[in-house]
Design a protein around this ligand. Structure first.
Ligand SMILES: Nc1nc2c([nH]c(=O)n2[C@H]2C[C@H](O)[C@@H](COP(=O)(O)OP(=O)(O)OP(=O)(O)O)O2)c(=O)[nH]1
Length: 142
């Protein structure tokens, strides 16, 4: 009998939001206590069982920022290989339905930036791809 060891890699699906408001985009700086400490991210989080991407997004944004959002358009998925796991970032361009944003322990700070200024922050690896996809979205937007 031939036995083969098949490496198992954890796959984590992470819907996240490129939130537009008054021409700016919201960036969140991850808490110093989390993985990727102090890196900047698009708010969102790990999908739970039986959730759609949009359900995860709505739940995470409500938990992290205390607001309701509306999805405008999905952007291409980005896969980030961390060796021991694969993070599938699933970005959506969104707008705010409610506007009173809360700062929760997930984030050290949040910041609103014009699209051109997004690359000035120290993003988690993989998010630079989301920024490029967002620029392409802006370029072809009617
Ligand atoms: N929300 C969000 N997460 C991102 C982005 N880029 C990126 O690599 N991630 C990673 C960070 C986390 O490992 C994971 C999101 O999970 P989470 O927000 O629930 O964070 P967590 O600290 O509990 O996750 P973990 O790394 O400890 O497993 O995806 C991004 O733009 N937005």
């Amino acid at each position: 009998m031939i036995e083969t060891l098949v490496p198992v890699k954890l796959v984590v699906r992470v819907p996240c939001a490129v939130i537009e408001h008054n021409g700016k985009i919201l960036a969140g700086q991850r808490s110093a206590a989390l993985s990727f400490p102090l890196k900047w991210e698009f708010p969102g989080g790990k999908q739970e069982e039986n959730e759609t991407d949009e359900q995860t997004l709505a739940r995470e944004i409500q938990e992290e920022l205390g607001v309701e959002i509306r999805v405008i358009q999905p952007l291409p998925v980005t896969v980030k290989d961390q060796g021991w796991r694969e993070i599938i970032l699933v970005p959506f361009v969104c707008e705010l339905v409610t506007t009173d944003i809360l700062l929760t322990p997930e984030h050290e700070q949040i910041m609103w930036l014009y699209p051109d200024d997004l690359p000035s922050l120290d993003w988690t690896e993989g998010d630079l791809g989301i920024i490029q996809s967002y620029y392409q979205y802006l370029a072809v937007k009617p």
